[in-house]
Design a protein around this ligand. Structure first.
Ligand code: ATP
Length: 250
């Protein structure tokens, strides 16, 4: 589904070239959920921007469905750390924005938008404006705005990092439920090892600059998974410890 073959990306800076990513080989299968973790500055956002067609690789190729990525595609959606909602639109109006931009049938999508908002716990808030919503609620709206586009590929750049710990867990759990019922091929960048273990089929650990694939860990835990208490709490803790060691001893 997504393929990176020997992908490198450098940036020119005043002090010479910075190599953000070097020789990345990575395959993400259809409907797979891959989490990417690594120290700050190791090239995680650059990786997503390459997959989204917002950046070109300096060398190597990035493909989606076998086709080289040369520009953004309608079926590949990138979700950022901050919600960036339009302040004059309601929650529902913000979710409907990509539908309107892409001139998709409005009536069907309005029903779908309302269902999505309900699914992330925003029943009763469909007609509120962003200033009336908490940061966590705004990010839920941004998640709905991404999902209404029914992306085949969903790229998420630390989408929950601006939220408090409990809201973050709640949203990750909701994302898991949504991925189980309608899976998009997902690449999820996070600084939270626990979040990666909750959500991912595989966790890609990048090394510090230049970012290279240091290790890929399969998370063989049944779903739905939960933070804390579960029948698999010991196995989950084992994965968390292994990833922690990999990051710490880079
Ligand atoms: N447009 C740019 N121009 C120059 N250097 C850049 C540019 N974009 C990224 N870089 C550099 O590339 C490296 C990787 O940046 P990137 O934002 O991908 O890292 P990251 O892993 O997402 O970091 P963080 O976890 O802190 O968000 C950094 O050293 C950064 O300074």
């Amino acid at each position: 589904m997504i393929g990176l073959d020997r992908v490198s990306r450098t940036f020119p800076t005043r002090d010479g070239e910075v190599t953000a990513l070097s020789d990345i080989d990575l395959r993400v299968d259809k409907h797979e959920f891959v989490a990417v973790i690594g120290r700050s500055g190791c090239g995680k956002s650059t990786l997503l921007r390459l997959m989204a067609g917002l950046l070109a690789p300096t060398s190597g190729t990035v493909t989606v469905d076998g086709a080289p990525v040369r520009r953004p595609r309608a079926d590949v959606v990138l979700m950022h750390q901050l919600p960036a909602l339009l302040p004059w639109r309601t929650a529902l109006g913000n979710v409907m924005l990509p539908v309107e931009i892409r001139r998709l049938p409005r009536a069907d999508h309005r029903v779908k938008a309302a269902e999505l908002l309900d699914a992330v716990g925003l029943t009763g808030f469909h007609h509120r404006h962003p200033y009336e919503l908490s940061g966590g609620m705004q990010q839920r709206v941004a998640l709905c705005r991404a999902l209404i586009q029914q992306p085949r590929v969903l790229l998420m750049d630390e989408p929950f990092s601006a939220l408090d710990a409990l809201t973050r867990e709640e949203l990750a759990t909701q994302l898991q439920a949504m991925h189980m019922s309608a899976p998009a091929t997902t690449v999820f960048v996070t600084h939270s090892i626990a979040e990666a273990v909750l959500l991912a089929d595989r966790v890609v650990v990048l090394s510090t600059r230049p970012g290279r694939v240091r290790q890929v860990l399969d998370i063989a835990l049944p779903r739905p998974r939960s933070f804390g208490h579960s029948a698999h709490v010991a196995e989950a803790a084992g994965y968390v410890a292994e990833l922690h060691d990999l990051l710490l001893h880079d």
